[in-house]
Design a binder for this molecule. Structure first.
Ligand SMILES: NC(=O)c1ccc[n+]([C@@H]2O[C@H](COP(=O)([O-])OP(=O)(O)OC[C@H]3O[C@@H](n4cnc5c(N)ncnc54)[C@H](O)[C@@H]3O)[C@@H](O)[C@H]2O)c1
Ligand SMILES: O=c1ccn([C@@H]2O[C@H](COP(=O)(O)OP(=O)(O)O[C@H]3O[C@H](CO)[C@@H](O)[C@H](O)[C@H]3O)[C@@H](O)[C@H]2O)c(=O)[nH]1
Length: 335
């Protein structure tokens, strides 16, 4: 039994590859390297460079490697880009996912684990978001992900394929052994931006709003370490392989930190009092979004890396080594 990991050369997917390879699972990666890196896939893991929307290539890969499960990470992920170029997001995140699911059904793949997002909830006015909270996405990114959840629900009813939709909260941190991490050059995520500012790669950073109805006025998020996140996929896959029903689960720590708290932590860990300016609110930011994680815990998931200080320390360590890694990588030379 082989697991196909789409987007396995990207940030989260490359951690998933390492986790499964460390466990001795047979893995194959499909990635078009649009935002991923060849070096992020270990040499002993087969990498098929191509697109999830390429039916022929996908079906050939599924058959050749006798794939029984797909972990589908490949997508476009920048919310503001999804607003300025919605059709690209519907094409890649929804239409290409439809094509991938069709290939999976045609090749009798048994299980499908999908990278969904807390963005499907929109702006919930609730302290802890459960999977029963209404899904009201407010941008094309969140909508494109919700469409795939719907497709999977219908397809799992009609065909012999079970699925898990995992709604990630805010993913951060890096592989504790330093093998991979968040490498996207222009990433917009708070911890990445704050770390880059601490390391002098940006002159200053902005806080998008301090007038929210939260304790200190800045937005509150549920930051989850990427290694705990990928372990949730291991639990979800085991559940499906043991004959469990299709399931939708939040994956977060059920604990919120404000933007100001995160920035303070990055300053403390880096020892650099970098420049921060308060600017206006960013479009589409909910004031607070924190998970209830009872359902994924019921599948046996137990987080192990909840310490924000540790998450930030590993993000800093990774960023420090990244420049050299990018310079050495053939991806950059090709670009
Ligand atoms: N990073 C977060 O905080 C976060 C939060 C919620 C959900 N997610 C979801 O997790 C998944 C992984 O995100 P990430 O942060 O690792 O992003 P990423 O950009 O680092 O990884 C995406 C990978 O998919 C590949 N890819 C994109 N389109 C493809 C296609 N059509 N065919 C083949 N490969 C393709 C890219 O080259 C890249 O390697 C995404 O589905 C994203 O929506 C991420
Ligand atoms: O330079 C920055 C960057 C971010 N923020 C704030 O920090 C918070 C977190 O922002 P960010 O790290 O961009 O994450 P989110 O917008 O919460 O979205 C992330 O988390 C979602 C799940 O909750 C995923 O779906 C998205 O892909 C992922 O980008 C928000 O309040 C932002 O306004 C700043 O103040 N300054």
């Amino acid at each position: 039994m082989t697991v196909l990991i789409t987007g396995g050369a990207g940030y989260i997917g490359s951690h998933m590859v390492l986790e499964l390879a460390d466990q001795g699972e047979d893995v194959v990666v499909l990635d078009n390297l649009s935002t991923g890196f060849r070096w992020a896939v270990p040499d002993n893991v087969p990498l098929v460079v191509g697109d999830i929307g390429d039916r022929e290539l996908v079906m050939q890969t599924l058959r050749r490697h006798k794939v029984d499960a797909i972990l589908h990470f490949a997508a476009n992920i920048v919310v503001p880009d999804s607003i300025s170029d919605p059709l690209r997001y519907y094409e890649n995140n929804a239409a290409n996912a439809r094509s991938l699911i069709a290939s999976a059904v045609a090749c009798d793949v048994s299980h499908f684990v999908f990278s969904s997002t807390a963005a499907v909830y929109g702006e919930p006015q609730i302290e802890y978001v459960s999977e029963e909270t209404p899904t009201e996405p407010i941008n094309p990114y969140g909508r494109s992900k919700l469409m795939v959840e719907w497709m999977l629900q219908d397809v799992s009813r009609a065909h012999a394929i079970s699925h898990a939709a995992l709604r990630y909260f805010n993913v951060a941190g890096a592989d504790p052994k330093g093998r991979t991490g968040q490498s996207t050059p222009n990433a917009t995520h708070l911890i990445k931006v704050a770390v880059q500012t601490a390391l002098g790669m940006r002159k200053r950073m902005q806080i998008f709003g301090t007038d929210y109805p939260t304790e200190d006025g800045s937005c509150v998020r549920d930051y989850i370490h990427v290694t705990d996140l990928v372990r949730a996929h291991v639990n979800a896959l085991a559940h499906l392989r043991n004959g469990g029903d299709s399931v939708t689960c939040n994956v977060g720590y059920s604990r919120g930190y404000s933007v100001l708290e995160v920035i303070e932590m990055v300053k403390k860990v880096s020892g650099v009092d970098f420049e921060v300016e308060v600017s206006g609110r960013r479009d589409g930011d909910p004031a607070r979004i924190v998970s209830s994680n009872a359902r994924i815990r019921a599948l046996g998931w137990r987080p192990a890396n909840q310490d924000l200080e540790q998450i930030v320390r590993q993000a800093i360590d990774w960023e420090r080594g990244l420049d050299e890694k990018l310079l050495r990588s053939s991806d950059l030379l090709v670009a």
